[in-house]
Unconditional design. Structure first.
Length: 307
């Protein structure tokens, strides 16, 4: 029996090639596994650094006040709910529910004012041609570059002369007058992405600007409205400087101002009740975000379907 040398050579080269290919795949698999492991370890380390302050605050809310500052133990040795009891009792003769309702009222009214006024203003800038539209738009964008600290004193003098100090008007008036240029700009960019054929079809049917805005544009602005509502709620809920300037009596304080009352540099500070109050102050924000995040994600997912 004769053996074909060329066939044997081809078989050997094929066998050697498959072996080398297998070794390359094995080496590539090991490198990929190492990269994946390093990435996951790094991600976990970053996650621990980011979540540690929140975890420390949660654990500290169950510690006595004298064990919070200077303690190296994260987990409390003897947990207690006394801090939450003190937080619910309130401070300065004002109950916890008063602080909560004040913050909730300001946040909800801020959401209503921002979504209503900014959506109308955005529709006017993006769909209505009127004299000076470019100048007004440029002035609005310029206000985004103006630091808030520049207008603090003029605003305070104006509201003081109008007798609005220690009321909610200084904190809400700008919301209902579309003074937040960021939200107006956000909605303008969203409306400009909507096809104008929708407006033209509605105008052929006899609809005016009010009907077009209410029946055509506003339902399609749901992603922009939800995004603005989330940011407006969070910013109003966490606002400390505004209420500090304009609210003077404890019964009108919001949650951030109530947190400040637990720390007194001239006497004993109750850090335990403060951390418990901070946890309670975070819950409405988290619940509000969870309630609306589905609409936000749906809006982002359908951005490419417009037109």
């Amino acid at each position: 029996m004769t053996v074909n040398v060329a066939e044997v050579s081809n078989v050997e080269s094929a066998t050697g090639g498959s072996a080398r290919s297998g070794r390359r795949r094995a080496g590539s698999g090991r490198r990929s596994w190492i990269k994946s492991s390093v990435f996951h370890i790094f991600s976990l380390a970053v996650l621990v650094v980011i979540l540690y302050p929140a975890l420390w605050m949660v654990m500290s809310s169950f510690k006595p006040s004298n064990q919070i500052i200077g303690s190296v133990n994260l987990i409390p040795g003897h947990g207690t709910f006394d801090n939450y009891v003190k937080a619910f009792q309130g401070i300065g003769g004002v109950s916890f529910w008063t602080f909560l309702l004040n913050s909730l009222g300001l946040a909800v009214l801020s959401v209503v004012g921002v979504t209503l006024s900014c959506s109308i203003t955005a529709y006017a800038f993006s769909r209505i041609r009127f004299p000076g539209r470019g100048v007004f738009f440029a002035c609005m964008i310029t206000t985004m570059l103006l630091p808030f600290h520049v207008v603090i004193i003029p605003q305070y003098i104006m509201f003081n002369q109008l007798g609005m100090i220690n009321t909610w008007w200084p904190l809400l008036l700008g919301k209902f007058l579309a003074a937040d240029a960021f939200f107006v700009f956000l909605m303008i960019q969203f409306i400009r992405g909507l096809p104008r054929e929708l407006d033209e079809a509605a105008r052929i049917d006899g609809a005016g600007h009010a009907r077009i805005f209410w029946s055509v544009i506003l339902p399609l602005m749901k992603p922009a409205l939800v995004t603005s509502a989330i940011f407006a709620f969070i910013w109003s809920w966490n606002d400390f400087f505004g209420p500090l300037l304009y609210l003077k009596t404890p019964d009108s304080y919001t949650m951030p101002l109530a947190l400040r009352l637990y720390v007194d540099q001239t006497s004993t500070s109750d850090y335990g009740a403060q951390t418990a109050m901070a946890i309670l102050a975070l819950l409405p924000v988290v619940l509000f975000f969870l309630a609306f995040q589905r609409h936000l994600v749906e809006g982002v997912a359908t951005q490419g379907l417009k037109g």
